[in-house]
Design a protein around this ligand. Sequence first.
Ligand code: GDP
Length: 459
Amino acid sequence: MNKIGTTVAAISTPPGKGGVALIRVSGPEAIEIVSRCVVLRSGKPLCSLPARQAAYGDVIFEGAPIDDVIVTLFRAPHSYTGEDTAEISCHGGILLTKTVLTALLAAGAEQAGPGEFTRRALLSGRLSLTEAEAIGCLLEAGSTAQIRLSAAPARTELARALGELHDRLLSLLSTLYAKIDYPDEDLADLTDEEIIGHLTAIFDRMQMLRKTYRTGHAINEGIPTVLCGRPNVGKSSLYNRLAGEELAIVTELAGTTRDVLSTTLPLGSVMLRLFDTAGLREASDPVEQIGVSRSRARIEECELLLAVLDASQPLSDEDRAWLEELKGYGKPVILLLNKSDLPRAIQPDALSTFPHVLPVSAATGEGLDTLTALVEQLFTDETLRVGEEAILSSARQYAALSRAQEHLATSLSAFSAGLPADAAASDLELALGAMAELDGRAVNEEIIADIFKRFCVGK
Ligand code: GDP
């Protein structure tokens, strides 16, 4: 990653041949560097071009024009990065685009690293960390709900809600300091009861926001789900049916044996991180035993179990045994009675202790809408307006807000118990620190590096 104060350039469109490619240049010398490579057809100097106005020109490389392009300038601080920025739209040839970039690098720009433009936006205060995270999610989104959760209205609303909590904490902290520093003077603008009231209101607001994470997690990170059942009940068929045809499926086969296959797919408004396992039968051969123990490990980690049975077959003792075992994990189990298009032979009374039993058919698609609705009902708060309200969407955000809330609770009980204001103030400071880490005011290089390593070059 380049130092702030340098000027960086990168191709922002994906590598490959296309109608148009976009190259971005950002930094204090952006306009100067681009004017060394681009001559406007109007004959006017590039620096005279008003901000956000597209102009037609030619890119000059080694003394000769190589492409006619559109250039747009954004002047600091009114740009994505908060720095002077130029965007060049050229024809989308692979070598051509690289040559335009080469011309810019030769004119003094440095190659931007992954996510560097967004990182600069964060460091210049144009974006909060949660907004930067949302932009990363937007690039990876696999469902419309995930797009809504990360789109500008929702990410701005979350940033606003967190900023407001931060500012309210800060203002209470200064009130507490006034009490500490001038105990005999009545400088504090709030009474003790009022301070307790404000701290409690902030605590309650944090609690509400923390609750949104359940929904944000299901939509954004996905629900780790195990699909289990014995061979031939139709797990792979269900898996394929749920994944649909048009999806880019990330599938991996771990180990040498048939054990855990994984994919991420949208199911209604949520994402499932689906692991297809071999089931939990008693295995005699050692290779199969490894598969079964991996299945158990997956079940320990997952949040939802989809147990598949073949409804056209009677339950066997082995089925009864693993169904009993599944209950012991204490996770939501949805029993899918697959092959419901065939005459039913399974004994439904044997399943009466399971709250969620759905007849489905991988062959016809029957029952899958009911499955979708049930999973949404179990894992999201359907009263939340996704895309409008502030919703936490990552484990990092949830952990930081939980830390802030814990410190606030300690501060509140110290203050309510009539302990010296110093005790309440030091915990409030810790709460404020956690909030600052949450929205990126307190820059933690490790967290920032972790977030931006997932970005592509050019964003
Ligand atoms: P797995 O071993 O559990 O992954 O099962 P498969 O998905 O490979 O399916 C086993 C067999 O059952 C295949 O011949 C499928 O075509 C068939 N099958 C799967 N689902 C259904 C279904 O819903 N209805 C019917 N009639 N056959 C199905």
